[in-house]
Design a protein around this ligand. Structure first.
Ligand SMILES: [Zn+2]
Length: 162
């Protein structure tokens, strides 16, 4: 008896009537694929394979174009895209979470820079008005302007009382 004949074959009969030609597992008359006791292990192996195949992308391709994130509209657009990518399983939820966090930082920075731009505009308007009433904008001018405006308010209050 040769070594080949010592190895038992699986006793499973296939749908075409032929016998499974795979080697039986140790301690079983069946091979791994036909052993009813291995059903759970086979299901786990299939799940693992399925998970491997559908693993979500963590990052975009290197040549993917950058998205602008300079204002709220840009950031809303990016968020809408990211939300849908996560929903469709095209992006790992973990990556979506990080993008969401960074977008919230970008949104705060955009709001801050919009406020700074408005403040600069207001300062320019105040300087123009100070110049118009014959004051040179500079150190101490803000205090003077504050008192000047207060005086105007008091004057108008007195006028109203009369
Ligand atoms: Zn078999």
């Amino acid at each position: 008896m040769g070594a080949r004949n010592c190895q038992r074959s699986c006793i499973h009969i296939k749908s075409d009537g032929g016998r499974c030609r795979a080697n039986a597992s140790t301690g079983s008359p069946f091979c791994f694929f036909h052993d009813p006791r291995q059903a759970q292990a086979r299901a786990a192996a299939r799940r693992a394979g399925g998970i491997q195949r559908t693993r979500k992308a963590t990052t975009l391709p290197v040549d993917a174009p950058d998205r602008p994130v300079t204002n709220a509209a840009d950031i809303f657009g990016l968020m809408a895209k990211t939300i849908n990518e996560v929903r469709h399983g095209q992006l790992q939820p973990k990556a979506g979470y990080v993008i969401g966090y960074l977008a919230s930082v970008a949104l705060k920075a955009a709001e801050q820079s919009a406020l700074e731009a408005r403040l600069a505009e207001l300062e320019a308007v105040v300087k123009t008005q100070l110049t118009d009433i014959g004051l040179e904008p500079g150190i101490g001018t803000e205090q003077f302007a504050f008192e000047f405006v207060n005086q105007k308010v008091e004057d108008s209050d007195h006028e109203q009382q009369r």
